[in-house]
Design a protein around this ligand. Structure first.
Ligand code: S3P
Length: 425
């Protein structure tokens, strides 16, 4: 349990650690390359550690060399059969992406995870991978972890995903790299496109037109990358900087990929004073974000913008409690199958703090502004709920007690240290 008191002032300049989604992807691609790849700024969270642990069990060498992580891959089909169950911990990205890659290897492996991960839907990747020839068995009629995967040769397919999910898309595209022929994936709406940017940057036989990505088996070169700061981690500080009456914050070197920054666009639409300076382009745009306190007006979100701020929705609920008028979020039923049911999680806790917020089947409706009350709160073992509630507690009157704050280590172990750096009496 952590006691949280409202801060008198927020000010400073921060570097947030490397992007979690990009970190998973570069590690997996490097494990399939032949030779040494070098990465700086990888996410230090437990989720990315889960991917590294699984890759090591599959025979990839991963070492620390000064500031860099060095990954030595042995080629596209060189994974070694693991002797024990591969543990993906709390990480849906690890489980889904690695299922796609292992399906096309020459070994047998069993993937599992913690209690939350073992309840999350896997059929969404097993179904298309099975169409590609994959041999995968799971609990509850092939719906849940643990999964037993008997690697085999795959063939390309044309697939339309019913859900806009970068994890589903990426699992299929990674399998497509190992399959015979062409694999195409079409999504119903754009989800984060880190995989496509990497495929393009690494010179794969890859094209993207509208919502359709097409990959052919490609040679995977060893490569190096400085992973940019995680926008989803920066978002907690951006929200605090906008909502706190006495604040001045700068966030340096943040990934500003437009498929990730929906939260920024919504805040700006609400009237937030946020300035962006792009400092680097390609394969991902990176920049500095300058934030000032702002009076906000609630807005309605469209279903099309949900994937670009899916991980920021609990935080957006907190923002909604502090803005004038009504915010209505619909089309976000995916939130119910994240690390926890994030709709019930955030709505129940903000209600305890006195917020005017109600659940919808696929979102929530919140009415503001309300002065939140310091309260006893729970993260429900979910890192994003823990960080969103910490922001709420920073704005509340009086002390809050947050149970399950340790779950922030899943994506952002540095969160409370950086928060204390910018918190002034
Ligand atoms: C991720 C995609 C998103 C996101 C998750 C990371 C990724 O999930 O919620 O935190 O790295 O591909 P979905 O693609 O399933 O929406």
């Amino acid at each position: 349990m952590m006691r949280i008191f409202p801060a008198g002032k927020i000010s400073g300049t921060l570097h947030v650690p490397g992007d979690k989604s990009i970190s998973h992807r570069v590690l997996i691609l490097a494990s399939l390359a032949k030779g040494e790849s070098f990465f700086s700024g990888l996410s230090t969270g437990a989720d990315v550690q889960s991917t590294m642990n699984v890759l090591c069990r599959l025979g990839t060498k991963i070492e620390l060399d000064g500031e860099n992580i060095v990954v030595t891959g042995k080629g596209r089909f060189a994974y070694r059969e693991p002797k024990t169950v591969l543990d993906c911990g709390n990480s849906g990205t690890s489980a889904r992406l690695l299922t796609g890659v292992i399906a096309g290897q020459k070994c047998f492996a069993v993937l599992s995870g913690d209690e939350s991960l073992r309840s999350r839907p896997m059929k969404r990747v097993i179904a298309p991978l099975s169409e590609m020839g994959a041999r995968i068995w799971g609990r509850k009629k092939n719906a849940l972890l643990p999964l037993a995967i008997l690697g085999t040769s795959l063939h390309g397919i044309e697939y339309h995903t019913p859900t806009a999910s970068a994890q589903i898309k990426t699992a299929i595209l990674l399998a497509g790299l190992l399959a015979e022929g062409e694999t195409t994936v079409t999504e119903p709406a754009p989800s984060r496109d880190h995989t496509e940017r990497l495929f393009h940057w690494l010179g794969f036989s890859f094209t993207k037109q509208g919502l359709t990505s097409k990959i052919e088996p490609s040679n995977i070169p060893a490569f190096s990358m400085a992973v940019p700061g995680d926008f989803s981690s920066a978002a907690y500080f951006i929200a605090l900087g906008v909502l706190h009456k006495k604040s001045r914050l700068t966030l340096k070197s943040v990934n500003l990929n437009p498929t990730r920054t929906g939260f920024l666009q919504v805040l700006q639409r609400m009237g937030a004073d946020i300035r962006i300076e792009i400092t680097a382009e390609g394969p991902e745009p990176v920049g500095d974000v300058f934030v000032e306190p702002s009076a906000l007006q609630n807005v309605e979100l469209t279903a099309a913008e949900i994937p670009s701020l899916i991980d920021e929705l609990p935080l957006l609920a907190v923002v909604g409690t502090q803005a004038h008028g009504e915010m209505r979020v619909t089309g976000a039923k995916e939130l119910r199958v994240k690390e926890s049911d994030r709709i019930t999680g955030i709505v129940s806790q903000l209600k305890r703090m006195g917020a005017g917020i109600e659940e919808l089947p696929d979102g929530f409706v919140v009415e503001g502004p309300v002065k939140l009350r310091g309260s006893a709160l729970t993260s429900n073992q979910d890192h994003r709920i823990a960080m969103a509630l910490t922001v709420a507690a920073y704005l509340a009157g009086g002390e809050s007690k947050l149970f399950g704050e340790k779950w922030v280590t899943i994506s952002f172990p540095e969160f409370y240290r950086l928060l204390s750096q910018i918190s002034k009496e």
